[in-house]
Every structure is written in C-alpha cells, then in structure tokens.
Ligand binder design. Structure first.
Ligand code: SF4
Length: 284
C-alpha cells in the first residue's frame, strides 16, 4: 500500500481559478522544489518570515496554530523542513477514510478533489494511483492538481491518469492542472520556473490553465513574456491573473488593479476567495 506525507487535509470552498466557489477537499502534500521568498517584498529582496517562524517551530503543535505571513510563500509549513513533524506519513487507506469523514454525508456528490502543496507532482506521483483507484474513491468525478508547472509527469502516471478519466462508473471524469507559474516577483529564477514543455504535456492529459500572481506592472510584463514562451511551445489553455496577497491587507491593495489589467488585456481574473472568506487561515 502506498503512503503520502500529508501537510493538510481539509474541506473548504475552492477560492481560485476554474473551480472558484466549488466545494472541495484539499489534500496538501509535503515538499516543494521552490521557496518563493520574494512574494510581497520589494523587487529583488527575499522574505525571512518563514525562517523566523521556523526558529520557534517547537512552539507549534498543529497547522491551525501557525502564524499567517504577509510575505513569501503563504503555505511555508508545507515544505519548510522545520515543520515536517506536523505532517504525518499516512497510508492511502487512512487518507481515504479521513477524506470520507469530512465530506458532507460522507459522499463525493458535487465535491471536487484538489491535490495541492507544496508541489504535489514531486515524487508523490507514484502514490496517487493507489489513492485514486481506492474502491471508496470510485464516485470522485473531478480532480485538480495545483502545481507550479515544473515537474514532468512520469510516463506511468500519465498513462494512469488517461485511463482514470475514462473509467466507469462515469463516461468521463475531469482532470485539471492549475499551473501557478512563478514569475521573478516570487524570488525564483525565470528559467527555473517557466517550463513550457512540461505544461504542454499536462494538456495531453487534462484541462490546463496558467495562473500568474501579479502585484505590479512589471509583474505583468514578466507574465506577458512567460505567456509568449508557453504559446510558442503550443500551449492552448486559458490564462488567469490573480492578485498577490495571502493576507487581506495586501490582497485588498491590488485586487482591483489586477482585475483592471486582466480586463484591459482580455485575460481572465482569478480572485483568492479564501482571503476575504476565511482570512486565508490554515485549513481553509
Ligand atoms: S511553489 Fe507554491 S508551495 Fe512552493 S514555495 Fe512557491 S508558493 Fe510555496
């Protein structure tokens, strides 16, 4: 039986992208290949908020107790080594049982599954077939992978997903890749973060869209450059612009400005409903 290291497992409303507003189970895996310490910082500077909290990691016993950050990665505990003790390694059986416990009436119904991170397409690809093929998961119809778009699908997992989307009891199931490609404002290098050939491969398996976090006109100029690279590689999906802001004070500063940029350029706007609805607290 496969195992996964799980940072969080919770039921909420999807706040971003294509499924905004849809009731969803979020399975947050542990581990990421990035740090994204540049978010919310003056360009070129890196946040040390996550490291400062990590210095006193022993004070926290569960995710709900962790402080929110206004700079850097807002899900820092899902990859920072100092918090790995908060993320248990669970068997797929245990994950499925916990998932059914938090579903309304213990049924999937219209609830969709979000596999997020961290970066969920790191080594965990080998464990997802056991999870998704579990008999108690047979009524799951829609799944989204929230990825930073840098990890290739393994040939085995790619084949598995194509089969999963076609198998009974449904004529077809829906697979989505929500690609939050990281621009230089994240603190990550453009050449490390923008991998058009990887994202084009996701399109062979499921509906794939790009989502860029924007704070300034310069960020949008970077996004245009990235969009050009994806399109040149053959990417056909939609593009969303989303305001920066893991806390309400930052989000409220630029959500309207980002909506205006999206409208002016004929691109989609994605809100971050989890910020106004739930203050972006852990477990929401
Ligand atoms: S890719 Fe996502 S989870 Fe990883 S550090 Fe960046 S924002 Fe955080």
């Amino acid at each position: 039986m496969s195992k996964l290291k799980i940072a969080e497992l919770f039921y909420s409303i999807q706040g971003e992208g294509r499924y905004m507003g849809v009731p969803s189970v979020f399975l947050r895996t542990f581990g990421c290949n990035f740090k994204c310490a540049g978010f919310g910082m003056p360009r070129g500077e890196l946040s040390n908020e996550a490291d400062e909290i990590a210095d006193v990691a022993h004070l926290y016993n569960k995710y709900e107790e962790l402080p929110l950050v206004s700079t850097g990665c807002d899900s820092y505990a899902s990859w920072h080594p100092s918090f790995k003790n908060l993320s248990p390694v669970l068997t797929t059986d245990a994950i499925v049982d916990r998932t059914l416990e938090i579903l309304p009436e213990n049924k999937w119904g219209d609830v969709h599954l979000v596999i997020t991170g961290g970066e969920p397409l790191l080594g965990w690809q080998r464990s997802y077939p056991d999870l998704l093929s579990h008999p108690k998961m047979s009524y799951l119809k829609e799944i989204t992978f929230e990825t930073n778009g840098t990890q290739k699908l393994t040939p085995e997992f790619k084949t598995y997903l194509k089969q999963w989307s076609q198998n009974p009891p449904f004529a077809s199931r829906e697979i989505t890749f929500s690609v939050s490609a990281k621009l230089p404002c994240s603190g990550e290098k453009f050449e490390d973060a923008i991998k058009p050939e990887v994202v084009c491969e996701y399109e062979e398996v499921g509906t794939t869209y790009l989502k860029f976090v924007i704070a300034t006109e310069q960020d949008f100029a970077d996004a245009e450059c990235a969009i050009g690279a994806y399109r040149a590689a053959g990417f056909k999906g939609h593009v969303y612009l989303m305001p920066v802001g893991g806390v309400e004070s930052v989000y409220a500063l630029n959500n309207r400005a980002v909506a205006d940029i999206a409208m002016k350029n004929g691109l989609r706007y994605s809100d971050r409903l989890q910020v106004p609805l739930f203050k972006n607290e852990w477990g929401t």
